[in-house]
Design a protein around this ligand. Structure first.
Ligand code: GLU
Length: 473
């Protein structure tokens, strides 16, 4: 069975890059009928950020990404926490100490810093001089009982590590360039490398799909699998996400936190769809995929090698598509907090749905929705240029004509309003801009917007009459 994992360190919000990695692991598991596991890699005590895990779980809930296995109940399982698994790591470390593939290192941070500097000055490839590898075994074991130490892995000195990466094909690293990696730290916690490999093995992970920044770590991981005599999983290292100027995607050029996009009113559907296409191509021109459709369409073959540019304009465009296409009820629900926050009374649900249905066609993110809907709740005031469009003689004649006729209308339905528009042209000779703009400004506050019958329908006859009346001097 295929089994993948998303293994974040709890150091902050879920970033777009993290979402992409999680998505691909999730999609591949769903596609193949396998499992995907969420594992919190929290062995670095200094980098832990309060609230990060809760935030991560919340974000995945919002995104509709669910994990399998693990303690949490409900629709989504997990996560596993590495900090719960320390005995396992200690036990496995002992195996490497016993076989001599790992050794304790007692060098002080001061010595290490000095050595690092000297070796860098001498252009040596690795920062550590393997000082402690030469300690007699018994002495090393004795000192381990009482002295602070780390445990390092013994990297073979002359070897090339070759492995196959699903995205990059054959990859090789020369051991001469790999430092004797610390596996356990002085605080008694394993490092990322060690815990990650042990967990991937014991959790029976078959495919490791992760960012390309982990590629240089992979030879160390391959060696650890070898030391233990375990079969290594298959690896796929995803290309970087880039800013439009092709620099590495970073906070400096805009938001990178998924949460920030959700807050601005990007829909989970659009984010999943857009992010899935940053480094994966479906093999045809299709761009719109729901999560369900992605689960069917995804394949490792479609993963791309070159960096993927995150283009917020494209995301916006896609979000606009989802705003128009998703069920009105869903969009209305998503928009509700924005109306409440603005103190708008949306208890008339029929009106609210009509308002949202109109506004969602004009916006690309939910943050913009009030700009296109608050005028349905508060009469707009025509000012400046708009004012001169409504204050002139023709407009005043128009308003009076509409008021007279609207009073007589039993049912201001689309049909009768269209007739009224025609009648206005026939009897007053007012048409086009001269007709639509002043009416729209009076009713909606802007010359551009919904057509007149739609406006009257949403506002209702009474409110429309009130607004036109106001425009009459
Ligand atoms: N904990 C690592 C991270 O923060 C996991 C990398 C991996 O997937 O192996 O991204």
């Amino acid at each position: 069975m295929i089994k993948t994992r998303f293994a974040p360190s709890p150091t902050g919000y879920l970033h777009l890059g993290g979402l992409r990695t999680a998505l691909y692991n999730y999609l591949y598991a769903r596609k193949t009928g396998g499992k995907v596991v969420l594992r919190i890699e929290d062995t670095d005590q200094n980098r832990k950020v309060e609230g990060a895990v809760d935030n991560l779980l919340e974000t995945f809930d919002k995104m509709g990404i669910r994990f399998d296995e693990g303690p949490r109940q409900g629709g989504s399982c997990g996560p596993y926490f590495q900090s719960d698994r320390l005995p396992l790591y200690r036990e496995q470390l002992q195996r490497l100490l016993d076989s001599g593939q790992a050794y304790p290192c007692f060098c002080t941070p001061e010595r290490l810093a000095k050595v690092r500097e000297e070796r860098a000055a001498n252009k040596l490839n690795t920062p550590y001089d393997r000082h402690c590898i030469r300690l007699p075994r018994q002495e090393a074991l004795d000192r381990m009982q009482s002295e602070p130490h780390v445990v390092r892995m013994k990297i073979p000195s002359e070897r090339t590590i070759r492995f196959y990466d699903i995205i990059r094909d054959a990859v090789e690293f020369n051991c001469a360039e790999i430092d004797d990696q610390v596996l356990f730290k002085t605080d008694g916690f394993p490092t990322y490398h060690f815990a990650n490999v042990v967990d991937d093995h014991f959790m029976e992970i078959t495919h490791v799909i992760r960012g390309e920044e982990w590629l240089p770590s992979t030879p160390k991981h391959i060696l650890l699998y070898e030391f233990f005599g375990w079969k290594a999983p298959k690896f796929a290292h995803l290309p970087l996400l880039l800013n439009p100027d092709r620099s590495k995607l970073s906070k400096r050029q805009g938001d990178v936190a998924v949460e920030a996009y959700l807050q601005k009113g990007y829909l989970p559907e659009a984010l999943n769809n857009y992010v899935a296409l940053l480094g994966w191509a479906p093999g045809n021109d299709r761009e719109m995929f729901s999560l369900d459709q992605l689960e069917k369409a995804f394949s490792l073959k479609g993963l791309q090698k070159s960096g993927a540019v995150f283009d917020v304009e494209k995301l916006k465009w896609m979000n606009g598509h989802y705003l128009r296409e998703l069920p009105l009820k869903q969009i209305a629900h998503a928009a509700e907090p924005r109306f409440r926050k603005a103190g708008i009374d949306i208890s008339d649900k029929e009106k609210y749905f009509q308002v949202v249905d109109d506004a969602r066609r004009r916006i690309s993110i939910l943050d913009e929705i009030l700009n296109f809907s608050k005028m349905f709740y508060e009469a707009p005031v025509a000012e400046g240029e708009h004012r001169s469009l409504t204050d002139n003689q023709t407009s005043q004649k128009l308003f009076q004509f509409w008021l007279d006729n609207l009073h007589k209308l039993a049912h201001p339905d689309e049909e009768s309003l269209k007739e009224l528009i025609q009648k206005t042209t026939d009897e007053l000779g007012i048409s086009g801009k001269n007709l639509y703009w002043p009416l729209r400004i009076a009713l909606y506050g802007s010359p551009h917007g919904p057509d007149i019958p739609t406006l009257l329908k949403i506002l209702g006859l009474k409110e429309s009459i009130k607004r036109l009346q106001r425009q009459l001097n």
